[in-house]
Design a protein around this ligand. Structure first.
Ligand code: ADP
Ligand code: MG
Length: 683
């Protein structure tokens, strides 16, 4: 290849080694026998391959519109070819009279078909016309200009494959797992130079599976190491406190999902190893009760428990709810937040240290050094996405043996994503809402229907209910967003004049105290309307609120909309969510709004979100880099991922350290790859 082109390959495609080159997979193959006629191009044609002779060529336009335009003619017609870059080099190549095989995406310019930046190959009349599938690789304009186009790269790959033997690409899947899949060596050969389309498909499946499987084995090993080597306090029994509460004070029957998760927690905390569990529950699925029961379990075994919430208002809400439920039980509960009075604070800290306090509920304030527990056995973190990993780690240090940790989040993520993003954690799902909830009716309305929407809100308020009206606040457009909020607020005040109606306004620019007071007034039904930016996204529980209006709904992401909507529908009354937008919407926004109107299920919404946006952007995932597979795709290849997961579990169950001879190939492969990804950091 020579040093010059080698350097270009390094720079342009990050190809440094033979291995890199082999792992540069073609994005398509050209079937030399399938050549289209120019006449057959229709408005539906996407890609086309034609063979013909150049009949005209010339440079047109100047400056930014400077382009090389050529016409190619076959037996049926002519087609325009256009280039905007690399014109000088191309002029030498593209000359009247020369024959080419041309491939590219068809577009129409003033009604006539053309291809912009087509792939070009000199047409060589081949004797015999053997049906071979020739690989085409993604490349760059710079590489193309130096003769390393999408098809030329294949020549190097071909040479390389000719130099290798099967032993150079040893199998890394254990026999049990490999089953019917192509061998690794065969798969590499077939993915570049398939003998048939069927073999190409088989190679693709094999390599996608391998990618998932290797990732799952890695995550599985991290998890299994933690299971085997971490030490945790043991909650041996379900005792008097839990049982008394359960039989006398539990205000409702638990849902099946709540029971299941409690069982999982009970199993973990009884095992002698430290629990590190993520609980995903859709909004309103009743995570708080699960948290409370788990804390009672800790108390029954002589341990203390703590519950952390991301905001003061949420912490107070948990505190009030839980003390009310426990008012006739011998359980000491205290609240600790940044604004706790020093007397209260002192008392709580003393009790925590001496082990007299059973449950401490609070905000970040709990993480401070000064907060020490005599005997902390369980820490629960609510609404995890506002808590960083570091903060969680601080919890571990609050006891000699790290306490069990339960992280609860209301941002559902699809199963496949969870498998890859949280594959090393234990995780539980609550995908069931308490019975008797009426689904929230969600509708999309255009801005010009605002007066009807306001009438509707008034109607609900007159029935004694409350309403949220949410405005977007995005960093990039903060200034305009605040202006809109301001205008919107004034507008709403005009619709709902004092003293008949009262409004709480809550936004990020307010002082914390003012914000908290305004929220508190809404919680206690002193105000009937809350006008807010997304600061209320997390957690607040006002069962009396039945209307959620979201202004400029097209600016929100799907899961954010779902979270916001989850603020209503928490009581017995029928609730409504109204998505207001302007009439101009792009396709994606329309799809988001339709999805939201169609379903209330957070997991379904998360699946759709993944489909629309791809895995890279999904919020709540820890390290999106982990989700970027080379050829596999967690949305399209979901079944393969499930299979890979199952296989990885099966292998690790029998042989957690991969010591068995049948797993030697796999182990060797993993070791050779070590350092590529910083797997040690994942957990
Ligand atoms: P989230 O999972 O969003 O934190 P919460 O714990 O705030 O949900 O619960 C939402 C509402 O559902 C609360 O008012 C709670 O009392 C109620 N709830 C929880 N579990 C049940 C149940 N099993 N049956 C009936 N209502 C329940
Ligand atoms: Mg909650």
């Amino acid at each position: 290849m020579g040093p010059y082109r080698a350097e270009l390959l390094n720079k342009e495609l990050q190809v440094f080694t033979f291995n890199d080159l082999l792992n540069l997979f073609p994005y398509r193959h050209v079937d030399r026998t399938r050549i289209n006629l120019i006449r057959d191009i229709t408005s539906d044609t996407e890609f086309i391959q034609v063979a013909g002779r150049i009949v005209s060529v010339g440079v047109m336009g100047d400056k930014r519109s400077r382009r090389l335009v050529a016409e190619i003619r076959d037996a049926s017609g002519t087609l325009e070819l256009v280039w905007f870059q690399g014109i000088n080099g191309l002029q030498k190549l593209v000359q009247v009279g020369s024959e080419f095989l041309v491939y590219g995406r068809v577009s129409f310019y003033q009604g006539a078909p053309q291809i912009t930046h087509p792939e070009m190959e000199t047409l060589v009349k081949e004797a015999g016309g053997q049906a071979t599938l020739e690989p085409v690789y993604n490349t760059t304009e710079k590489l193309k200009a130096k003769g390393l186009g999408g098809r030329q790269l294949g020549k190097f790959t071909q040479t390389l494959l000719g130099m290798l033997k099967e032993k150079d690409m040893p199998e890394n899947l254990p026999d049990l797992v490999r089953g019917e899949y192509l061998s690794r060596w065969e798969a590499y050969k077939q993915i570049h130079f398939p003998a048939s389309p069927e073999l190409y498909q088989r190679a693709l499946v094999r390599l996608k599976f391998e990618e998932f499987f290797i990732a799952q084995v890695r995550l599985g090993m991290i998890k299994s190491k933690r299971h085997r080597y971490s030490r945790g306090v043991v909650f041996e029994q379900v005792g008097a406190i839990f049982n008394k509460f359960y039989s006398e004070y539990l205000p409702f029957e638990l849902t099946g999902a709540q029971k299941r998760v409690l069982k999982e927690i009970r199993r973990d905390t009884g095992s002698g190893r430290q629990m590190n569990r993520l609980l995903q529950g859709d909004v309103g699925s009743g995570k708080t009760m699960v948290a409370l029961l788990a804390m009672l379990l800790a108390i029954d075994n002589g341990f203390q428990a703590t519950l952390l919430a991301p905001t003061e208002i949420l912490a107070r809400q948990h505190y009030e709810g839980i003390t009310a439920l426990l008012k006739d039980m011998p359980v000491e509960v205290r609240l600790l937040t940044g604004s706790s009075k020093s007397r209260v604070r002192k008392e709580a800290l003393g009790m925590a240290r001496e082990g007299k306090l059973h449950i401490l509920i609070g905000t970040h304030a709990i993480l401070e050094e000064s907060v020490q527990f005599g005997n902390l056995g369980l820490a629960i973190v609510d609404e995890q996405h506002r808590f960083g990993v570091e903060q969680r780690a601080r919890l571990w240090k609050k006891a000699v043996v790290p306490p069990h940790v339960l992280v609860m989040t209301a941002t559902p993520i699809p199963r496949t994503l969870a498998m890859t993003a949280y594959g090393d954690l234990d995780y539980s799902v609550m995908d069931e809402l308490p019975p008797g909830r009426q689904p929230i009716a969600t509708v999309h309305r255009l801005d010009d229907k605002r007066s009807q929407v306001m009438d509707f809100i008034r109607h609900e308020i007159d029935k004694g209910r409350q309403a949220y009206i949410i405005f977007p606040l995005i960093e990039e457009s903060e200034k305009v967003d605040y202006e809109n909020l301001e205008r919107g607020y004034e507008n709403i005040k005009a619709w709902f004049p004092e003293p008949r109606y009262w409004i709480s306004r809550v936004d990020g620019r307010q002082k914390q105290e003012i914000r908290e007071t305004n929220m508190q007034r809404f919680l206690t039904n002193d105000t009937q309307i809350m006008v807010a930016t997304t600061v209320i996204e997390v957690g607040v529980n006002v069962p009396n609120a039945t209307v959620m209006v979201i202004e400029s709904a097209e600016k929100f992401g799907l899961s954010q909309l779902h979270q916001l909507r989850g603020r209503v529908g928490r009581g017995k009354e029928k609730s409504f969510c109204i998505l207001l937008t302007s009439p101009r919407l792009n396709k994606e926004a329309r799809e988001r709004l339709n999805t939201l109107c169609a379903t209330n299920n957070g997991f379904k919404i998360a699946e759709k979100d993944l489909e629309i946006r791809g895995p890279g952007d999904i919020s709540g995932t820890r390290q999106s880099g982990m989700l970027n597979f080379k050829i596999a795709n967690i949305v399209q290849d979901r079944e393969l991922l499930e299979l890979a997961r199952e296989m990885a579990e099966r292998i690790l169950e029998r042989d957690p350290d991969l010591e068995a001879t049948e797993n030697a190939g796999l182990k060797h492969f993993l070791q050779a790859q070590h350092g590529k990804t910083q797997w040690s950091k994942i957990s």
